[in-house]
Design a protein around this ligand. Sequence first.
Ligand code: C2E
Ligand code: CA
Ligand code: CA
Length: 574
Amino acid sequence: MNNKKNSIEETRILEKTLESLEVRRQSPKGVYILLLLLYFAAAMTVSLTAGSQKEMIIGHTPVPIYTFAGTFSSFSNLCIIFLVIFCGKLGFITSVIIMTFHIPMILMGILVRKNYTSFPGLLIDILTLIAVIVIYSNIKKREEYQLRMREQATTDPLTKIPNGFAGTELLNKLIRQNIPFAAVTIDINDFKSINDTMGFDMGNKVLVCIATRMKEIADKSLSGTLDFVSRINGDEFSLVVRNYRSEEDVLNTIRKYEAAITEKINIDGYVFFLNASFGYSFFPTDSSERDSLINSSVAAMKEVKRINTGEHILRFASEMKAKDHLAIDNRVREALENDTVFFNLQPQYDMSHKLRGFEVLARMRDEDSSLISPADFIPAAERLGLIDALDLSVYKKAASFFGEILKRTDADIILSINVSVKHMMKSDYIEEIRTLLSENDIPAEKLEIEVTESILIESAEKASRILNELKDMGIRIAIDDFGTGYSSLSYLNSFPSDTLKIDKSFIDKMCENATSEKYVEAIISLAHVMDFEVVAEGVEENEQLEILQSIGCDYIQGFIWGRPLDPKDAENMI
Ligand code: C2E
Ligand code: CA
Ligand code: CA
């Protein structure tokens, strides 16, 4: 629930950012014509008044009419400058043409008629021409910069196709304009095994190949409908289909993409045969809300995987979500009743590879004894009001293990545990933790509690009180997933925390461009100023590690040096 709220809020913030990056639109033709008319009217008035010998009485003073020529001349130059500012390229070209005609005409007047009174006018025209060129080149530069930023914000760096944000932006637009479309979620089946057996590099190459094929279909309209492909994350893509006459058209379109994915992939001499699962839902028939449409197509895609027949494409049906929930809810209830929730320990290291400690990660198995992802069962436990029971079950098992380790070895390590907002806000949370420490002989400073930003935002006052109490007991506080919410470091600094965990998404982006690297570097410097220790999460590659070492990160946690381990393996490691 919190995650969802966060991601919606995140999208909103991104939307605002993109709005501010929106490339300046040119003013309508009306403005162009008006400015042109004003210019010519002013220029005519200049030539009429400049030679006039008449006078005008203002107050009681006679004022020669030719003195107004300067005012109108300035006004005409102002029109020229406004043309460039408001009418883009067309305004610029018009201004330059006018000035290149006007300047020689004045010059001729001076040289042929020896009329030197026009000399100041000539200078002003030349200055105006220079101003026009400078203003236009500045506008161009800014537009190019905005375009680049926009492109960066909406392009997936790996595959160079639009990213998930670009996809949701399109959905927003279509929903606003009430244009019917089908939202399709595509998930490559068994992609993980490529990563596991062939490595991430090969996995990435395969993804690029699939993305390129799909983009070609969309770009060249090979499916007969109007399509938009984007990469959501990992091996998950999204497709938005428009301009279809019937559901059959949409199915035919999806089959084109399916064929592109199942076609043989040949990379560096290795051959892959993949397939994918497709779920889709219709706007406005299945839902008129963006998030619910996306969730529906994801639910349909999961259902395809679950039923696991030869058919790989399925439309959303309302029972799916309920069924999806029901299955996972039952697993959570059973696991708690049978006390089969267990835990893994993921090591954290300092930059010289010395062990800092472990993060405790909850684990649960499905009926077929495959692992269920915490991303599924933690929200389910929260929904069922069982998260405190689940947390506590994990805490007790992990604390008992850790207490034993401390007794038997002289390891100077800490144990990090996660907490959900609903659990921490319970009145006896502090007592629970106190008991946990005393029953297992764990010194308070060896326990770290990871809280997410959402806890600190939703219930700032209460959270602050609880965290202060924990802190007074000597327990360490870490801010988890930093960067996925929208709070600033200075806001977080008002809570008594010791550690900042930078979210994996930032670490992922770090190697893609210099800006992201600078960003992480800035977070680390700022965090140090505020006395936080920094843990980088989800470090997978050497390049990331090297950058983090060079920009002063304190600790890392990631597959590169350690995946989540069974307690037995963790013990051997210590
Ligand atoms: P988290 O606290 O951000 O935990 C880190 C997650 O990132 C773990 O996923 C871990 O396996 C994964 N990870 C670590 N290094 C890497 C890496 O290099 N690459 C990749 N791809 N992933 C990496 P996991 O175990 O699936 O946990 C997911 C989330 O579930 C956790 O995110 C945490 O928010 C929640 N969670 C886990 N255990 C508990 C628990 O006991 N109680 C509560 N309330 N939440 C928990
Ligand atoms: Ca955590
Ligand atoms: Ca985290």
